[in-house]
Ligand binder design. Sequence first.
Ligand SMILES: [Zn+2]
Length: 310
Amino acid sequence: MGFKTSVNGSSDIMTQAILRYGSWPMLFLGMSAWIIHLAATDHGILPMLGVLALTMALTFLIEHLIPYQPNWNRSHKDVRRDWLHAIVNLTLNRALLWTLPLFAWMSMSDNVWPADWPFWVQVVFAILILDMGIAAAHHASHKFHTLWALHAVHHSVKRLYGFNGLMKHPLHQLVETLTGVLPLLLLGIPFEVAITLPFLVSLSLLAQHSNADYRLGPLKFVFAHAETHRFHHTNDKNGNYNYGLFTNLYDLLMGTFHYQEGATPSTSTELGIGGRDDYPKDYRVQLIQPFLDMQSPRPMPDSRPRRTKT
Ligand SMILES: [Zn+2]
């Protein structure tokens, strides 16, 4: 689809500008606020699923209206596989959510969680802690062979679009989720706050991998979304930066933040796993491949030189 610009296309240019600068606040900030409102007013899980489905549909629409790389909107014979990854991982995350009350015994004390804070502040607090835990697990997944074998499934993609965030080995998703959630369980996170997290994680994953050419301006240094996350999927050493899911806070603290104006990857040949263009593409094989890689460790993702564009 895509808008065309021309000398007389000022209205198209205006529309593009509105979509570029307006879609991210609507799809991430607006939809996140809607999820938090639904949880705060005890509307139950179904309306939240509706907001998530609406966000997914709008994300795919906007990817076609303002594509970052038009070729990445076309199937790379990966659509069926990515749907399977998405359905399995969304189901597992939500199933895990319902087990949270079983872990209430882990709470250090009833008084640790700041339950007297406004609800939305409690959610932001939870997100910041979750973000640090997930980013640490993600960072470790680029350092240790066993974790990398599981995480490599996510890095095998040759195009970036909204669904990539859910394209993970379910065991690796479990590792990341537990690492992020454990500190919250220790702090005694209330179930009403916790119920927002799988949805907010899904919204952030959509924003992080979207092929929409949206712009955050200076906020790209705060939020770990597409403009900075695209570097993380390069098949060279640039892929060992930007581990955050919601924010770049962890990366700024750990010295693993990377952004280079004009050097963002824009071709499939720049994406994937260095030296492993043969990584299996079939869903069932992707479930098994990490265990084969654990038997005969493969090169780690930092084995290729860092790419620099001038
Ligand atoms: Zn990674």
